[in-house]
Design a protein around this ligand. Structure first.
Ligand code: ATP
Length: 214
């Protein structure tokens, strides 16, 4: 069965932490591909401060073009706002004839909020999760959350017997970088070059993005 990673996020902008995470997820779960899904109108982030969708797609395209197993999916562009993960997944998976297994890639910070997602039980019944470590969060935070979702510990993952879905934890030291930090730095001084791909750096400069430092 084909294994596809789905990596949702605002990617405002995409940075090296995102790309490292996608690469590790590819290898760790032997995914055939990772599809980046920029959020058009995420319910948990203020619309006012979001960079235009086409800019975020363009930056993602530049950051992923060196890896043939990466692609960018604009499915949320045509969905009514706000764009909830459950609706995006419904849209993407409706044509799946069970020939593909989907793995949702996510940082631990975002996963710990899963109880607040619209129809989160449906989401966790549809996809496996690959959860990545992030500074400031511990595996015990994750264990507590996973137990409340009725998953059992197995050797290298947690398993939910009724949905037959798994959760993997990538306990890696990924780049300690966030899009928030990049946006702030861009406004106050110079962009942190090593936190973003050179082509993305150039795109930000050329289009004068983040100059207000929000
Ligand atoms: P912001 O600072 O604007 O909240 P972000 O850097 O967290 O943005 P998002 O686009 O919101 O980036 O992230 C998409 C997904 O990638 C989320 O699940 C987030 O947890 C994860 N992620 C982002 N950066 C990292 C990182 N450095 N290490 C691990 N996971 C990350």
């Amino acid at each position: 069965m084909r294994a596809t990673g789905l990596f949702g996020g605002t990617f405002d902008p995409v940075h090296v932490g995102h790309i490292e995470l996608a690469r590790h997820a590819l290898e760790y779960c032997r995914l055939a591909e990772v599809v980046f899904i920029p959020a058009a109108s995420p319910p948990h982030k203020s619309r006012k401060h979001l960079t235009a969708f086409h800019h975020r797609v363009a930056m993602l395209t530049l950051a992923t073009e060196g890896e043939s197993r990466f692609s960018v999916c604009e499915v949320e562009k045509d969905l009514p706002p706000p764009t909830y993960t459950v609706d995006t997944l419904n849209h993407l998976l409706q044509k799946n004839t069970c020939a593909t297994e989907y793995y949702f890639i996510i940082g631990i910070d975002a996963f710990l909020d899963i109880h607040t997602w619209k129809e989160y039980e449906k989401v966790i019944g549809q996809v496996h999760f690959i959860v990545a470590a992030r500074p400031g969060y511990t595996v015990s935070d994750l264990q507590e959350c996973i137990a409340s979702l009725h998953y059992q510990k197995k050797v290298d993952h947690w398993y939910n017997a009724s949905s037959k879905r798994k959760i993997y934890y990538l306990e890696l030291e990924l780049a300690d970088v966030s899009s928030t930090d990049i946006r702030k730095t861009a406004g106050s001084s110079t962009l942190p070059k090593d936190a973003i791909a050179p082509a993305v750096f150039k795109y930000i400069k050329d289009h004068n993005l983040y100059s207000s430092g929000r």
